[in-house]
Ligand binder design. Structure first.
Ligand code: HIF
Length: 291
């Protein structure tokens, strides 16, 4: 997807935005009975994470700064397939609030989605600058986001590069309670559990409680639950059950939803702030969920 010049405007001025109003307007965009399971929340979370998860602590490149995920080539990397759906849903808010940066809008959308779908409060700061054109920034290299076909070693390589430890990685993994895989995006198919629009610790409980068997189909190798065949796990998800170090945290979070919520919130804040140099006077918002 090549974006036209209308998506490359840079009039961002973080001080001129009322983020409470933006929060409310993003929340109003979540529900749509014609889309997926009735909510754009999960794909907003995926957009926020893919915008941020390109960070490398070695050379301090990548991350949400610049809003570079809206530009070719990053927008077209295989790992980002389908995220134009989320960006297009949010685009009217960039028109309504021209001073918000795309980088702030995309990360805030993930926060709103997590909170409004019943997850923890995720403190959020504004002030990420936007790159004006793709040429103005070094393109974020491809291959920095995880490959779902791989296992624990790969997951560690990817998240250690961002600066996360095992406990934080497992806490983040809980977000796969949300949403589903799409055959026309990643090639994989199905939701992880029966309530894909509720933020819960079900990723962990489902992982432990079900027997996961290879799905019999022509698509990429993935797992389904043996009992119903309705729910799925990626090979990378199964690694959280089979890897002993990951599994000890999976067991804790399956038993203790409050602990999971607290640890998830901290890890997700860290994710959305990777590589960002915030203005010194940028306040941290702790938005109250609307309902
Ligand atoms: Fe995902 N993830 N993710 N992910 N992800 C998909 C969908 C979502 C990985 C692969 C996939 C995280 C880590 C990893 C969400 C949020 C997070 C899909 C399906 C794949 C293949 C895309 C599609 O077909 O639409 C891998 C390999 C990860 C490393 C383990 C994070 C922790 C769980 C960081 C995270 O927050 C969300 C939400 C979705 C659902 C999107 C939707 O459109 O419903």
């Amino acid at each position: 997807y090549f974006y036209s010049s209308e998506l490359t405007t840079a009039e961002a001025d973080w001080k001129k935005v009322n983020y409470y109003n933006v929060y409310k307007d993003i929340a109003d965009l979540l529900e749509d009975e014609d889309y997926d399971d009735g909510s754009y929340g999960p794909v907003f979370v995926r957009l926020a994470w893919h915008a941020s998860g390109t960070y490398s602590k070695k050379d301090r490149t990548g991350g949400s700064t610049g809003g570079t995920i809206r530009f070719h080539p990053e927008a077209n990397y295989g790992a980002n397939a389908g995220l134009h759906v989320a960006r297009e849903r949010l685009e009217p808010l960039k028109k309504k609030y021209p001073h918000i940066s795309y980088a702030d809008l995309y990360t805030l959308a993930g926060v709103v989605a997590i909170q409004e779908l019943g997850g923890p409060v995720v403190p959020w700061r504004p002030g990420r600058p936007d790159a004006i054109t793709a040429a103005a920034v070094a393109a974020t290299p491809d291959g920095r986001l995880p490959d779902a076909a791989q296992g624990a070693d790969h997951v560690r390589d990817i998240f250690y590069r961002m600066g996360f430890n095992d406990q934080e990685i497992v806490a983040l993994e809980g977000a796969h309670a949300l949403g589903r895989c799409h055959t026309d995006r990643s090639g994989f198919d199905g939701p992880w559990n029966a309530s894909p629009t509720a933020f819960t610790n079900f990723l962990f409980t489902e992982l432990l409680d079900n027997t996961w068997v290879p799905k019999k189909w022509d698509g990429p190798f993935q797992y389904v639950d043996k009992a119903t065949g309705q729910f799925m796990m990626l090979p990378a998800d199964i690694a959280f059950k089979t890897d002993p170090k990951f599994r000890q945290y999976v067991e804790q979070y399956a038993k203790d939803q409050d602990l999971f919520f607290a640890d998830f919130s901290k890890a997700f804040v860290k994710l959305l702030e990777l590589g960002v140099q915030f203005p010194e006077d940028a306040p941290v918002y702790q938005f109250k969920p609307l309902e």
